[in-house]
Ligand binder design. Structure first.
Ligand code: PMP
Length: 376
């Protein structure tokens, strides 16, 4: 099998599975309990949180655990809008956002909020001038992904954060799910950031939200205090400890992995560029982990299934987007419908080997010829 869909999800590391099993067996106490078993579990969580906080350079009280980035995005966007609706009803975002941001905003428009979309330039970066022109007195939130899940553009969120600092009524959220552990990020001027475990070789069902200390938002889930008043429920000690460990694994090798994946990406791009019908949609600002391409005239689903016959796995758009729609992310970049209906996402990992890239290119050639030939 050649798995090239790492942006959709990753296979948990064996060491992470071992950690999960050990913690589940030995530290099953409820971390909210006052007795020794509870205190031991709570200590494990606190140590894990300290570790995560260290790697993203924030205070440990600024981390809220959730079930994943979908919940984090819902929590922060609805939490800000509910809390600050008397300040204003205007939100700014991009067309590059994941469905968990886009759908949440769409819902908010049905209850009186207004959403504006900032343009992206030809190189995929947010048009900062346009962003500034969109900010109004009643803008309460700007939400822009650090790296989008389809084209992999690494946005200048640090710069956007410092611009937005001047607007004291407006909060800045970034969805860093596709950036966490892949490209370094400075959260100094960012109020909120979402992340998820299963993108970094941990489990589905664990993620988090960084929320700057002293910012109050409304909570989605009411209950006891737990590890944070913003997310009630018994914390999953085994999930949190596993997440801290997988964070350490990816963060310790972030530069090394990035460079290695860059070499894989170059090889892949070089191999694919020679095909007449192939358009490379990822730009020089995309992280090397994500390579978005279109094969003009070929349905992405058909091509994915052709590759699957050879046990090779890639994606159309993002795994969470609705079927049959054009990619709004690719369309916002290219303004070209033909390109946007035929986009495919290949996503790479430090676990991907050069041999896998070579084999992928060999099979791609077969599938390309088969699909182009069957059309003519
Ligand atoms: N945001 C982005 C950018 C993503 O890529 C994903 C996962 N595809 C999510 C949010 C949702 O994450 P989760 O699966 O943890 O809910």
């Amino acid at each position: 099998m050649i798995y090239l869909d790492y942006s959709a999800t990753t296979k948990p590391d064996d060491e992470i599975i071992d950690t999960f099993n050990k913690v589940s067996k030995n530290y099953f106490g409820n971390p909210n309990s006052l007795h020794r078993l509870g205190i031991e579990s709570k200590e494990l969580i606190d140590n894990a949180t300290k570790q995560i906080a260290k790697y993203i350079n924030v205070d440990q009280n600024e981390i809220i655990y959730t079930s994943g980035a979908t919940e984090s995005n819902n929590l922060v966007i609805k939490g800000v809008c509910t809390k600050y609706k008397n300040r204003g009803n205007h939100i700014i975002t991009t067309k590059l956002e994941h469905s968990s941001v886009a759908s949440t905003l769409e819902y908010l428009t049905t209850i009186g909020f207004e959403v504006d979309f900032v343009n992206v330039l030809d190189n995929g970066l947010v048009d900062i001038k346009h962003l500034k022109s969109l900010i109004k007195d009643r803008t309460i939130l700007v939400t822009i992904s650090a790296v989008d899940s389809e084209i992999g553009i690494r946005q200048p969120i640090e710069e956007i954060g410092s611009i937005l600092k001047e607007y004291s009524k407006c909060f800045f959220h970034t969805d860093m799910t596709q950036c966490y552990g892949k490209s370094k990020i400075d959260l100094t001027n960012i109020d909120f950031a979402s992340f998820s475990g299963h993108k970094i070789y941990c489990f589905k069902g664990i993620g988090g939200l960084y929320k700057k200390n002293n910012i109050v938002i409304e909570t989605l889930i009411h209950g006891g205090k737990s590890t944070s008043v913003y997310r009630s429920g018994t914390p999953g000690t085994e999930l949190i400890v596993s997440f801290a460990k997988s964070t350490r694994f990816v963060m310790e090798k972030i530069d090394e992995n990035y460079k290695y994946i860059e070499t894989l990406n170059k090889k892949m791009k070089k191999g694919l560029s020679k095909y007449e019908k192939v358009v490379i949609n990822s730009t020089e600002n995309s992280i090397p982990h994500i390579l978005n391409i279109s094969i003009l005239g070929i349905k992405p689903e058909t091509f994915i299934h052709s590759l699957e016959e050879y046990d090779i796995f890639i994606s159309t758009k993002s795994a969470c987007s609705k079927n049959g729609e054009i990619s709004s992310a690719v369309y916002s970049l290219t303004n070209n419908e033909e390109i946007s209906v035929s986009s495919l996402r290949i996503s790479l990992s430090h676990k991907t080997t050069v041999r896998e890239i070579e084999e992928f290119l060999r099979v791609f050639d077969i599938c390309y010829k088969k699909n182009i030939f069957s059309k003519n």
